[in-house]
Design a protein around this ligand. Sequence first.
Ligand SMILES: *[C@@H]1O[C@H](CO)[C@@H](O)[C@H](O)[C@H]1NC(C)=O
Ligand SMILES: *[C@@H]1O[C@H](CO)[C@@H](O)[C@H](O)[C@H]1NC(C)=O
Ligand SMILES: *[C@@H]1O[C@H](CO)[C@@H](O)[C@H](O)[C@H]1NC(C)=O
Ligand SMILES: *[C@@H]1O[C@H](CO)[C@@H](O)[C@H](O)[C@H]1NC(C)=O
Ligand SMILES: *[C@@H]1O[C@H](CO)[C@@H](O)[C@H](O)[C@H]1NC(C)=O
Length: 477
Amino acid sequence: MVKTMPFLPLLLSLFLYLSFANEAQCYQQKNVLSLQTFQWKPQSSPPSCLSRKSRRKNGATILEIKHRDYCSGNIIDWNKKQPNRLILDDFHVHSLQSRMKNMASHMNIEDASKTQIPLTSGLKLGILNYIVSVELGVRNMTVIMDTGSDLTWVQCQPCKLCYNQQEPLFNPGTSLSYQSVLCNSTTCQSLQFSTGNSGVCGSNQTTCNYVVNYGDGSYTSGELAREHLNLGTTPVNNFLFGCGRNNKGLFGGTSGLMGLGRSDLSVISQTSALFGGVFSYCLPSTEAGESGSLVMGGDSSVFKNYTPISYTKMAPNPQLSTFYFLNLTGISIGGVALQNPSFANGGIMIDSGTVITRLAPSIYKAVKAEFQNQFSGFPQAPGYSILDTCFNLSGFDEVNIPIIKLQFEGNAELTVDVTGILYFVKTDASQVCLALASLSYEDEIGIIGNYQQKNQRVIYDTKLSKLGFAGETCSFS
Ligand SMILES: *[C@@H]1O[C@H](CO)[C@@H](O)[C@H](O)[C@H]1NC(C)=O
Ligand SMILES: *[C@@H]1O[C@H](CO)[C@@H](O)[C@H](O)[C@H]1NC(C)=O
Ligand SMILES: *[C@@H]1O[C@H](CO)[C@@H](O)[C@H](O)[C@H]1NC(C)=O
Ligand SMILES: *[C@@H]1O[C@H](CO)[C@@H](O)[C@H](O)[C@H]1NC(C)=O
Ligand SMILES: *[C@@H]1O[C@H](CO)[C@@H](O)[C@H](O)[C@H]1NC(C)=O
């Protein structure tokens, strides 16, 4: 896609110029980041949230991904928006950790079916930032993309309680392909596993009511139904989704959510006959207004990766089967492998909804020390929220940043894009922080956040239980 949106907040792109010339060479293992001061100007007319591009190629269906902030139109001042973001991210991670702990300690195979398994997207909804558009029934719907949950839902008419959305509400009454799910069906019973709440009968036996509680007070409830879905031009008949009559939370502007998790209800499972249970995404650089792509199907010829794909197996974790886990085996900073930290104590989770990657305290400490060692000579700046390694770079035109690589079992590697290493708290670069954070406790589960997944092709193969990474400059076209 050609970028033709001059009035948009081209935040990072205005002061980050990635030097691709350095990409290939390993000399010093650094990338050049150019810094330019940038004064925020409110947008004169916010662009539309609606993202409707899609295409089909070699059996794969490709949907355009956009960042939600970019089209929400209510960012007045970037510097003021920052605190909320990271506070929400922290809040989200705390709740994830406590839920994972509860799940791991209370659950065993026998009582798995009785256990309440919360939907994992929970608090992250305020920061689940990437959106795609699909056609449901006779309507295009822009929804949040979530690898951490399963049930896809949209707000539905008539609505008891709906938040504001940009598109008209979905109206089952105007769709001939809409069918309610019976409450005595096994499908209705499967809600227990996917959402943590069992389906209950509506006022009569013809409806199966679902409830998803997100822990922070956000929720959606309504009826489970089947509808014709088009992913791009690929039809999916009898797609199971939630027709939400009562929805509250920070889903702002969008029509609902698309669940890319692992259970039977997720869009990945429901389309496995079409796409083989494989999907991948390239998350665009957040603030630049760029597009990324969600590819359904595993044909790698449609990817535009510039490094080979390296695969690692998904770490089995039957107790926490809703999440995607990997086995992190090492980290290198500027080509220097970290010594000693306790890698491989447990899996690390990969999540599209957490922003900043969280590492065990011992690992984070080693990363920070090595990063400071290599990124030296810059004035320090105060820490910011969860970020404690900050610099004042406002006196510099460009800086060399050490390359950060995460290594996984099977020699797979994620080379963090240069836009994913530093977080600009202040747009004038007077407070720029290492975009990684420490967990509170050594035994908490690490999380690879979306900030470090930018400009990567991330491939989820749920059938072969493997996950791949490759460098890619995201664009839809
Ligand atoms: C949805 O959007 C696509 C692409 O813009 C368009 O071709 C299609 O007609 C739209 N569908 C509806 C029901 O509006
Ligand atoms: C479920 O309920 C419907 C409608 O009440 C009925 O026709 C059907 O036989 C029931 N199915 C089962 C499996 O009980
Ligand atoms: C059952 O409920 C559905 C949805 O609320 C409604 O459309 C239908 O008319 C009801 N059927 C009966 C027999 O009450
Ligand atoms: C950051 O550095 C610049 C230039 O070196 C200096 O003028 C400015 O006062 C510093 N800002 C802060 C907040 O320390
Ligand atoms: C992670 O990978 C390492 C290296 O291959 C291996 O020794 C370790 O057992 C793995 N850990 C888990 C939890 O699978």
